[in-house]
Design a protein around this ligand. Sequence first.
Ligand code: XMP
Ligand code: MG
Length: 177
Amino acid sequence: MKVIRLHDLEFEMFIAPEQINETVGRLALAINHDYQGRNPILLIVLNGAFVFAADLVRRLSIPLQMDFVKLRSYLGTASTGSIHEHFLWESSLKDRHIIIVEDIIDTGHTLHHLVGKVAAEGPASIETACLLLKPAARQYPDPVKYCGMEMPNDFVVGYGLDYDGLGREIAGIYKKI
Ligand code: XMP
Ligand code: MG
């Protein structure tokens, strides 16, 4: 089995690129179906979600807009419990249909923080699309309508996800050994 090393940790293959591709296709199909005629704004959470979002938007066939927020809650391999906002969106979210695009939902703290901020702008609706979700780590109840895969409470890298800055460019998803 392929093992990769980033800083002081080793990771093994967890989700192959083909399986990610299939999952993104399934999410895109659902969003294409649900958002016809609604011109949503996809609010992409940097840094981690940039690869997922790039693949997802290229499979969407509905008119849409994109905007970006940059938040950070993770240091090393653990959620810190405090959210740092580097920047938020530029567009007006008022009366718009918003789809938050996240790479992974762990405790749910980042999503909860963001949903609160977005809701204060008076959007027409807010839903969330994420590639991965860790049900055992979840501490906040915000619904996730478009979830790619549920996974155990492991630390993962690749496909946009990093361990202290490394691993984002890896095509598959690897989990800490
Ligand atoms: P919370 O706990 O706020 O965490 O739901 C969500 C954010 O934390 C990052 N995160 C990870 N990053 N491997 C990573 O590289 C992981 O296993 C992992 N779990 C959470 C991620 O940035 C997400 O937006
Ligand atoms: Mg992230």
